[in-house]
Design a protein around this ligand. Structure first.
Ligand SMILES: [Zn+2]
Ligand SMILES: [Zn+2]
Length: 121
């Protein structure tokens, strides 16, 4: 498959995943907001790159964040199990490290994340 075909296949797959995943409110009815912060410590870069993604009850329950690399169209960071564990334990925060599923580029491995969860009263 060429790059273009790969990207559209990956997009179609993600669209399908979103439909199947349903909404955050269906999966985690008591959750008001989930925030994922990620810090990429890029080699050679002075400032680490950071990314923040928020999920609300009306968001699709797809906790998968695409990889930064332009080469890596199918890779990403899957927070599904981590978030399920956090919400299952009713924790409000969790921290750790995660790596891209597909690539071993230094900026995509050992990405530090912080998850914060707010619950509806
Ligand atoms: Zn990468
Ligand atoms: Zn990657």
């Amino acid at each position: 498959m060429n790059r273009r075909a790969k990207i559209s296949a990956a997009k179609a797959e993600r669209k399908q995943q979103k439909i199947e995943a349903g909404l955050v409110s269906e999966l985690f009815p008591k959750v008001a907001e989930i925030a994922i912060s990620m810090v990429y410590s890029q080699t050679g870069a002075l400032e680490p790159l950071s990314r923040k993604i928020n999920f609300f009850p009306g968001s699709s329950a797809v906790f998968r964040i695409n990889c930064l690399c332009s080469e890596c169209v199918e890779g990403g960071f899957d927070f599904t199990q981590i978030i399920s564990a956090v919400v299952g334990a009713r924790k409000t925060a969790a921290q750790g490290k995660i790596s891209c599923e597909r690539c071993s580029a230094p900026e995509c491995s050992d990405v530090e994340y912080t998850i914060t969860v707010k619950y509806a009263a």
